[in-house]
Write a protein that binds this ligand. Sequence first.
Ligand SMILES: [Zn+2]
Length: 270
Amino acid sequence: MPELPEVETVVRSLAGELAGRRVVRVLLRERRLRGGVARDFAARLEGRCIDRLARRGKYLLAWLDDGAVLLVHLGMTGQLTIAPPSRPDRVHDHVVITLDDGRLLTFNDARRFGRVAVVAGDALGEEAGEGVDPLADGFTAEALFRLTRRRRTSVKALLMDQRRIAGLGNIYVNEILFHAAVRPGRRAGRLARAECERLVAVTRRVLAAAIERGGSSISDYRDGLGRAGDFQSHHHVYDRAGEPCRRCGTAIRSRVHAGRSSFYCPRCQR
Ligand SMILES: [Zn+2]
């Protein structure tokens, strides 16, 4: 499912296409997306100009010229893509936005865990979460060290807790913990300061590398122009149970923590 690098890739692929465009018409075919789509969704978008795109955690934000924000969360299978006016309707095209140049911005989501909403700019915190973005300046070793103190939960669960750190999910947390040489099940409160330093540095590096490769396309994920990412072929541990560690050759292990699979190298990670 899409995480920070995938959402960032969508933002970058659409930023130049959408900036300055006006929304002419909004066709809402399915209200049963995550949280339900508000009755006034189309009315709040139609006629508005899109100023710029941004990202917050796993949310794509399109700032509108009246100060409101179109929020899009891709959930598990969501795709936000732009296409020529001639594109035929596809199954699961739940929201179709016609722009002033005739092109269509479409939200397609087979499993409907995604979310679309128009919210006031000053309500972003409560609508899109207050967790620190791991690519923002506020994500420092000191900040992570403080977040982990007295936490009995695993370091993996802590890194995936969107209320604290926004944007990481199961794929990238497994990859980050491998590169930081930390086992997923380690108790967060037991991390040393030096390990937090390593985790912060590795997080930035792994996310940057993933963004450079257009994210990971494991199932449905595509960028804003419909292109698949390529980072899945560079994963070191995620979904590689039984395969040899790329660093030491030991078989990668998999274990279920809190309903999600963890993947790690028993030799490289302590
Ligand atoms: Zn290894």
